[in-house]
Design a protein around this ligand. Structure first.
Ligand code: PLP
Length: 418
């Protein structure tokens, strides 16, 4: 069998170029990371050839000698990692995991409640364009205008008024700790299922630097590829009493055959997250985020909520005279990868919002510490200044110089897996 380089040089070249890009840029997208070589290896295994509809011991196909023990291993490790009674490792990604939970716990048309997208919530928590906002009656809570924090009084009032069957707690762009116990109290009062979506923070929860939602929730969903540093995929944890319903909702409710190669890679990632070094990594992610926040504040940037408790920073660029999208594009040309992001009560449109979102998982995976955050803030500041001074554009010469400095700075930090 010829190698990819021989059989398909066009694809091979593009993959090599992407490796280089990931190696040579300061990656600050809050939902991304570097998976280990072991995780990548498992993802690229022959398990991609295998069908396995059903669950270990109850399959619709033959040849499960190694797939069953593998899925059991992934399940056991997930349960151990998060202290959960039940785990389903089959969701293809975070969005299908969330849809499966809704299918399991809420009748079609039932009322659900989640944090709104502009306040930092995810599409799948009932936003109007998502299937979760189309097939369910969705009401959305926000953050307080005064301090941009979740307002538990609003959550309680809305829950009393709308009597949701399910309440989501979780976010894609909220820089503060979530009070799962307070949400559980509200959910219990109105008889709703509480479901946490810890897609962004599951690495921090696994590493013990963010409180765990598991004791407070009917179910907990997560992606496996963000702070958790695994393959692209999803995971549902739940109480035993919901295990059957959730398994049935994932398959046959929503999905067909599980992606066994990804299941193998999830098992590898869960094992990595069970090691003591992972705790050190998770703590470092948060320390780095706080340090980068301080370094940005000292350069005149404004942070939503003034700082962070987790892996991410939300920066309001209004005072810098540039939009989030234009800044993100300019910084990308300079070798700094992050995304434009709406800020709470944003006066601009979501496609060209006022803010940028910054996450520290990737740089921490490369071995950076607080002592390197000032340099990172310097690169961001220089790019934003240059772009703001030239109507959003950076010259090719500036971009090239920045990219060369970035590559030089990154040379001391090998990128895992690449
Ligand atoms: N939930 C949250 C909180 C997320 O941030 C995301 C992804 O960004 C998802 C769910 C969806 O995950 P996926 O993109 O894997 O479908």
């Amino acid at each position: 069998d010829p190698s990819l380089a021989v059989s398909d040089p066009a694809v091979h070249e593009l993959l090599l170029a992407e490796d280089r890009r990931q190696r040579d840029s300061i990656r600050l997208i809050a939902s991304e990371n570097y998976a280990s070589k072991a995780v990548l290896e498992a993802s690229a295994s022959s398990l991609t050839n295998k069908y396995a509809e059903g669950y270990p011991g109850r399959r619709y196909y033959e040849g499960m000698d190694f797939v069953d023990p593998l899925e059991r291993l992934a399940i056991d490790r997930a349960k151990q990692l998060f202290g959960a009674e039940h785990a389903n490792v089959q969701p293809y990604s975070g969005s299908p995991a969330n849809l499966a939970v809704l299918l399991a716990l809420v009748p079609p048309g039932g009322t659900i409640m989640g944090l709104s997208l502009p306040a930092g919530g995810h599409l799948t928590h009932g936003w109007k364009v998502s299937a979760t906002g189309i097939y369910y009656k969705s009401v959305q809570y926000g953050v307080r205008e005064s301090d941009h924090r979740i307002d538990m009084d609003q959550v309680r009032e809305m829950a009393r008024e709308h009597q949701p069957k399910l309440i989501w707690v979780g976010h894609s762009a909220y820089p503060r700790e979530l009070d799962f116990a307070a949400f559980a109290e509200v959910a219990a009062e109105v008889g709703a299922h509480l479901v946490a979506d810890i897609a962004h923070i599951s690495g921090l929860v696994a590493g013990g630097v963010h409180p765990s939602p598991v004791p407070h929730c009917a179910a907990v969903t997560t992606t496996t590829h963000k702070t958790l540093r695994g393959p692209r995929g999803g995971l549902i944890l739940s109480r035993k009493e919901f295990a059957k319903k959730i398994d049935k909702a994932v398959f046959p409710g929503l999905q067909g055959g599980p992606h066994n190669h990804t299941t193998a890679a999830k098992a590898v990632a869960f094992n990595e997250a069970l090691q003591p070094e992972f705790k050190t990594y998770a703590a470092q992610v948060v320390t780095n985020a706080k340090a980068l926040g301080e370094a940005l504040l000292s350069r005149g940037f404004e942070l939503i909520t003034g700082g962070t408790d987790n892996h991410l920073l939300l920066v309001d660029l209004t005072n810098r005279g540039i939009s989030g999208r234009v800044a993100a594009q300019a910084l990308n040309a300079c070798g700094i990868e992050l995304n434009g992001n709406s800020i709470p009560f944003d006066k601009r449109k979501p496609f060209d919002p006022s803010g940028i979102r910054i996450g520290l998982a990737s740089l921490t995976s490369r071995g950076m510490g607080v002592e390197h955050m000032d340099a990172v803030a310097g690169f961001i500041d220089a790019g934003v200044r240059e772009a703001a001074a030239h109507e959003g554009a950076v010259s090719d010469e500036f971009a090239q110089r920045s990219r060369a400095s970035v590559a030089e700075f990154l040379a001391a930090f090998p990128a895992p897996g690449l």
